[in-house]
Design a protein around this ligand. Structure first.
Ligand code: NAD
Length: 346
């Protein structure tokens, strides 16, 4: 059963582990190491069932393969999930997770994901060299979100061009959903570039920060359907779906959130409406570009990171150009592009 599931999506390995002392239970899925070690976060989450956890980790590891391949990184894709609730002794759990990662001998490079912090990575690092994304203070590459925001900003420029709206943000209306780390970084760049930014957040802290940064505040219930040239989802996944797409009043979707499409069919729904969609895993790769650089020969180099993040604009230009002459959606073309690079190997 499990082997057949691995074959179906081209995964290499699925590893189930438990740690007697701490009670840690985790699964690591390695989708592909053709381009290099599988790089991806460790997610801490409560699942309804073990099957749900397996499905999630397999889907997420494949998505990391595609994200890393499209970003031009020499990393494959992998992901870890720690099955919640997290046992009490967090430090001991993270050390145990570090030992599990170390046991995979470098096939998996772990970083932070939902439920984890930079200091958890530092704890894992006590047990393994194959964990990246520590704070600058601890000698790591630091907060990835400014790099993610920069990638979304330059990628949005490519999407504007593809929609025939030019490359200039002056007076372009952008609706930003979610004013957290990525959303605020994006808002700051957009305001600086002369865009008219509208923003929404379900949390007062985000709302206040967005207002201070120069955005006009819109209710979270209205943000997806406001009249704007661009919609930038920067909060949660699955916001582009059968219910929301008919009500969209934008020409471009370019945002940092992961898994923006509820189903693959939603990419076709956007295409049918003539909305230019920047595939999320291409435009939001700035963060993984940043953490991955920690393992580069010679160590982390902020200038190399900046160059790679800037290249997201060209990658999207290529995808949008291909989409003009193809019946495929931009999301399908991005997956094909990743698969081509993975097949070719390093
Ligand atoms: P964050 O937690 O700092 O910010 C998310 C914000 O969205 C919060 O302020 C939250 O209150 C708000 N929010 C939640 N639900 C909302 C809703 N329904 N309407 C409006 N606002 C809502 O997270 P982040 O690091 O900024 O990441 C944002 C998204 O980008 C996530 O999907 C994340 O997976 C993705 N992402 C982040 C990075 C990164 O470098 N941080 C990299 C790649 C992808």
């Amino acid at each position: 059963m499990v082997l057949r599931a691995l074959e179906a999506e081209g995964h290499e390995q699925l590893v189930f582990s438990r740690d007697e002392q701490t009670g840690l239970r985790c699964i690591v899925a390695i989708h592909s190491t053709r381009l290099g070690p599988g790089l991806g976060g460790v997610r801490i989450r409560r699942y309804d069932s073990e099957d749900a956890a397996v499905e999630d980790v397999m889907r997420l590891s494949q998505a990391m393969s595609y994200k890393n391949a499209c970003a031009g990184l020499d990393f494959g894709g992998a992901k870890g999930v720690i099955l919640g609730p997290l046992p009490d002794d967090r430090l001991a759990v993270m050390r145990a997770m570090g030992r599990i990662v170390e046991g995979l001998g470098g096939r998996y490079v772990a970083t932070e994901d939902m439920g984890m912090t930079e200091s958890d990575v530092a704890t894992m690092r006590q047990e393994t060299q194959f964990a990246v994304g520590m704070s600058r203070r601890d000698g790591g590459s630091g907060d990835p979100s400014p790099h993610t925001a920069e990638g979304v900003f330059v990628g949005m420029r490519a999407a504007l061009r593809a929609a025939g709206l030019g490359s200039d943000f002056a007076d372009v209306r952008v609706a930003v959903q979610g004013c957290g780390k990525v959303g605020l970084g994006l808002i700051a760049r957009l305001v600086q570039a002369g865009a008219q930014v509208m923003a929404a957040d379900t949390d007062e802290v985000g709302v206040n920060a967005a207002r201070t940064a120069g955005a006009r505040i819109v209710s979270p219930d209205e943000i997806l359907a406001v009249q704007a040239e661009v919609l930038a989802p920067c909060a949660v996944g699955a916001v582009l779906n059968e219910r929301s797409i008919p009500g969209l009043r934008c020409q471009v979707i370019a945002g940092g959130a992961n898994n923006q499409l509820a189903t693959p069919e939603d990419a076709s729904r956007l295409k049918d409406r003539g909305i230019v969609y920047a595939p999320d895993f291409v435009i939001n790769a700035g963060g993984v570009i940043n953490v991955g650089d920690e393992l580069a020969a010679g160590g982390y180099d902020e200038r190399r990171v900046a160059t790679r993040v800037a290249a997201i604009e060209q990658t999207l230009d290529d995808i949008f150009r291909e989409a003009e002459h193809s019946g495929s959606t931009t999301a399908q073309l991005a997956v094909k592009r990743a698969q081509r690079r993975i097949r070719a190997g390093r």
